[in-house]
Design a protein around this ligand. Structure first.
Ligand code: AMP
Ligand code: GLY
Length: 408
């Protein structure tokens, strides 16, 4: 059994680990992976969609699991399916739920799926005229296309709104600001049936107490017990109608769907959909998964999601991202990563290269550490103990992962 995981971050490292519970490590390939993942798995120097399709045609993996959204937005799933290669990830058409904010917002409005009210613009000047007319803040300004978590600006003043619009290009969505607390939920679906995972919570802002710029995610934890109260409502009002809507629009969704939610005083509302698993939420939830991840992928591919029974460990998990000083702006790289003594947490590598046998930093989010415990405070205590044992020049991390008060 040969499996290919596409992507190069901590999420993909944790996916490799999940497959390794069922499959020999030597049969797990990651493209392109990174120097840290390559310590345990075969990494292939494939970057473009074309390179990946070519390798798959020649090597015929039994299963391809796509991590990042870009490949799905470019139609990697379509190309692989056309070659008869099983790919876990939605088609290009279904991936528009993430790759086009305007598609996602139009769909939600048409099918009455709760989300922030919005106005879409094709022209910067019209967006500028609109925010000047509105004059109420905060307002949320979003770029239409993929922006790696950096295409959203919460503007607190007209000046900030105008700057955001100038920087984000012509296709822009201006949204109502939602107040509440955020939670992430993953949906496993074959297009007909679905199952949802445990809830997790990302910490997107760079600074403690949720301050500073948005990042790709500075840490996560799972489960989020306070969110359970809303599960039925979320499934009934959001998940089921969204999957039905995609079917009705002729683009059934197969794969993992990430649902970013705001729990507001008026109930749960969609902040965004992503056409893939989240990073770093995946690193937090997969270590708690007791069902075989390979079986989950096959349930998606074989239209058997209705038969799937998900089992989770009763433990909690906390994931802390170690980043390079300067991220999400510019930052120097090339610093040796030193692990001072043996650590109990799992290490999932992201922005890492191997230079002559020494791991060095090569990206903004360098690695994530994940610890499990009988409850969140135990998991947190364990992970932060290990954070101190990993060092590199300019190491930056948040000290408050999993401490957020999820209250209205
Ligand atoms: P997105 O990439 O759309 O999830 O946005 C990134 C982050 O911006 C979200 O995780 C929220 O913290 C915040 N955000 C996005 N849209 C809104 C909104 N309408 N109201 C309040 N916060 C938002
Ligand atoms: N953790 C946010 C994301 O994966 O988009």
């Amino acid at each position: 059994m040969k499996v290919l995981i596409v992507g190069s971050g901590g999420r993909e490292h944790s996916l490799a680990e999940a497959f390794a519970r069922d499959i020999n490590k030597s049969d797990i390939y990651v493209a392109p992976g990174n120097g840290g993942i390559a310590l345990d798995y075969k990494c292939l120097p494939l970057r473009s969609k074309e390179e990946i399709v070519k390798w798959c045609k020649e090597n015929r993996p039994e299963l391809v699991m796509v991590g990042p959204e870009q490949y799905l937005a470019e139609g990697l799933s379509n190309s692989l399916n056309a070659e008869g290669i099983p790919c876990v990830g939605p088609s290009q058409e279904a991936a528009r739920i993430e790759s086009s904010k305007i598609f996602a917002k139009t769909l939600m409005t048409k099918y009455h799926i709760p989300t922030a009210s919005y106005v879409a613009f094709e022209d910067k000047d019209q967006a500028l005229a609109y925010v000047r007319y509105m004059g109420t803040y905060p307002l949320v300004i979003k770029a239409n296309g993929l922006a790696a978590g950096k295409g959203v600006i919460i503007a607190d003043s007209q000046k900030e709104a105008e700057n955001a619009i100038q920087n984000l290009g012509n296709k822009i969505v201006v949204e109502e600001y939602l107040k509440g607390w955020e939670v992430s939920l993953f949906v496993i679906t074959d297009g007909k049936d679905y199952k949802t995972t445990i809830f997790s919570q990302d910490h997107k802002q760079l600074g403690e107490n949720d301050t500073g710029p948005n990042t790709g995610g500075m840490g996560a934890f799972a489960p989020v017990k306070e969110a359970e109260h809303y599960r039925e409502q979320i499934e009934k009002q959001i998940i089921a109608p969204t999957l039905e809507a995609l079917n009705a629009e002729g683009c059934p969704y197969r794969g993992f769907l990430y649902c970013g939610l705001m729990i507001t005083a008026d109930g749960p509302k969609v902040l965004e959909f992503n056409c893939r698993l989240g990073d770093p939420e995946t690193q937090a939830i997969l270590p708690l998964l007791q069902t075989s991840f390979t079986d989950i992928c096959y349930a998606i591919l074989n239209n058997k999601v209705s038969d799937l029974e998900l089992q989770w460990s009763p433990q909690s998990s906390v994931c802390v991202v170690l980043a390079s000083q300067g991220y999400p702006g510019t930052f120097p790289t090339g610093f040796p990563i030193i692990i001072k003594s043996s650590i109990d947490s799992k290490i999932f590598y992201a922005g890492v290269e191997n230079r002559d046998g020494q791991l060095i930093t090569s990206g903004g989010r360098v690695l994530s550490l994940v610890a499990l415990g009988k409850n969140l405070s135990e998991a947190r205590r364990k992970v932060y103990k290990d954070v101190n044992k990993v060092d590199f020049n300019g190491k930056y991390f948040r000290r408050d992962i999993s401490l957020r008060k999820n209250k209205l």
